[in-house]
Design a protein around this ligand. Structure first.
Ligand code: NAG
Ligand code: NAG
Ligand code: NAG
Ligand code: NAG
Length: 497
């Protein structure tokens, strides 16, 4: 290679590096803020805990008492500690030496061991070796593992032993910029993630057009979260998604170096899709028949016409683009299914919590069958994610005559208990209700919104178009709702449209 060509290459890479680092850095700040709570327990505080136990008045007796407990009880105690605390218990007493090796979840965070003041190659290698040892010495089943790392040569070895030797199912990898040097790109070899059920990646660059090969043999992957992932072109992402045929949950926060066509999401089993900030991507085409939860945030670069959604379960009237202010929007067609991975993902795993912020409040479109206790409960749980004012709530009432699932009965009256339904802080500026049939359940919900002053400005009602007699009933119901409005609710308009 001529010196000229290589210097062109170097300056190109430096340019890419600068863009990437600036982007990742801004995301990192946001990420740190949002994950502050979950982090404090990881490798912190072990000294405090250890000091406490060693300064206890009668250490010998304590150790003796503990040493009589069976392994699984000790393990239960360890599960309450961070990975580092747990491992350190092995240094204190022989009885604890091997117990940590049976923990099913490990969190390995290089940042806790390397700081600006002691960041030398030597220290970095020491810490990497320590992590290698921990993984190697672990016995038994390791269900899930989280690794926070700086750039280092051991990462791929760790992944390899986790996926192939330990048969780990859930893996989270987060790449952090080194305190002094700025890190290098990491290439993952083919088949890196084989056998995993869920994978979460933070801050990597898929630099070549064959980078997607690390996703070979990912047929079992059900959850994939790509945060702050940069690729050379959108084709890399398209090939990754095409090879993950079992995906049910997909979270994307991605960016490309060059504009290179639309992002294609055609995963047949997909239930939940969350997309934020897809820059340098010419549109998004979604064709997933089972998709029933769609969360869009900050996709300013994607125009309405460039977002093609072909999902029979997401036929809502309101969307991200309609409010005019690009507020984050969640569309949720609540499912009857007993095990809905998508629902657990937002309610239990808080997948959308980062887009529910008071300063940029998200809107919700929901389709619910008020006759199904399960759907009503899910509706309540989702509303409970909002602890501040919601801008728009669109409700589509499902056909109440749909067949019930076995074991489901009509909701009992006490389940419709007003106070339990909305949390204290919940308010919504505008409510759109479609298919309002004036049924007892729909009326109860609407009247509760008014009486508890949950709806602030507009309640817009679109009735179903039945024959004349039914229509009259519905109009009577709407008139009754209007009559609930009190004088001090002067801001509120209740009307049909
Ligand atoms: C580097 O410094 C930090 C903070 O003082 C310390 O916790 C860590 O143990 C040190 N790392 C090594 C390998 O000595
Ligand atoms: C919700 O899903 C059902 C099928 O489960 C479908 O019939 C209905 O049209 C969907 N509603 C919306 C608003 O897409
Ligand atoms: C929540 O996330 C954890 C770890 O990422 C995963 O193991 C678990 O399956 C998720 N839960 C659901 C209900 O998806
Ligand atoms: C519910 O409303 C939507 C949109 O207004 C409409 O497309 C759909 O046909 C209605 N469904 C029923 C069962 O009336």
């Amino acid at each position: 290679m001529s010196p000229n060509a290589s210097s062109v290459q170097v300056s190109f890479l430096l340019g890419v590096l600068a863009v990437f680092i600036a982007w990742i850095y801004s995301e990192l700040l946001e990420y740190r803020r949002s994950s502050l709570h979950s982090k404090v327990s990881y490798w912190d505080g072990y000294q405090f805990n250890m000091e406490k136990s060693s300064s206890s008045s009668d250490p010998v007796e304590n150790v003796d008492w503990i040493s009589k407990l069976p392994d699984d009880v000790l393990l239960m105690i360890l599960l309450r500690l961070s990975t580092e605390e747990a491992i350190r218990t092995g240094l204190v007493s022989k009885r604890w030496e091997h117990v940590w090796k049976h923990m099913s979840h490990l969190v390995l965070d290089m940042r806790k061991k390397i700081t600006r003041s002691n960041n030398t190659l030597h220290v970095s290698n020491q810490v990497a070796t320590l992590i290698t040892k921990i993984i190697k010495n672990h016995r038994g089943h390791l269900e899930s593992c989280i690794i926070d790392h700086y750039t280092n040569g051991m990462l791929n070895t760790w992944i390899q032993s986790l996926t192939s030797v330990k048969q780990t199912k859930h893996l989270t990898l987060r790449h952090h910029l080194d305190p002094t040097n700025n890190g290098e790109f990491i290439e993952f070899p083919p088949n890196s993630y084989q056998g995993l059920t869920s994978l979460s990646l933070f801050s990597y660059f898929f630099a070549t057009s064959t980078s997607h090969h690390c996703f070979n043999n990912c047929q079992n992957l059900k959850t994939l979260k790509l945060s702050c992932i940069l690729a050379r072109d959108v084709g890399v992402f398209n090939r990754i998604l095409a090879s993950c045929i079992s995906l049910k949950v997909l979270v994307l926060h991605i960016n490309c170096l060059e504009k290179s066509g639309p992002l294609k999401i055609e995963n047949k089993r997909l239930q939940l899709l969350k997309v934020s900030f897809c820059d340098k991507i010419d549109g998004i085409q979604v064709s997933s028949p089972n998709l029933h939860i769609l969360a869009l945030e900050e996709i300013f670069s994607c125009r309405r016409d460039d977002f093609v959604l072909n999902s029979p379960r997401l036929k809502f009237n309101r969307n991200f683009w309609l409010t005019g202010t690009y507020l984050p929007h969640i569309s949720y067609n609540i499912s009857q299914e007993e095990n809905c991975v998508g629902h657990k993902e937002i309610v239990v795993n808080n997948t959308c919590c980062d887009m529910l912020r008071a300063r940029n409040p998200a809107c919700l479109s929901v389709s619910v069958d008020l006759m199904s206790p399960r759907e009503v409960e899910r509706f309540r749980q989702v509303l409970n994610l909002w602890t501040f004012e919601m801008v728009e709530l669109e409700i589509l009432f499902k056909d109440n005559n749909a067949p019930r699932e076995e074991g489901e009965s009509s909701p009992k009256k006490e389940n419709n208990n007003d106070h339990l339904f909305f949390n204290a802080g919940f308010r919504v500026v505008t409510v759109w209700m479609h298919n309002f049939s004036g049924s007892e359940e729909e009326f109860a919900l609407a009247s509760c919104l008014i009486r508890q002053r949950k709806v602030v400005k507009n309640m817009m009602i679109k009735t179903t178009s039945f024959h004349a007699r039914k229509k009259l009933e519905i109009e009577t119901a709407v008139a009754k709702l209007q009559a609930l409005q009190t004088k001090d609710q002067w801001e509120l308009t209740i009307k049909c449209f």
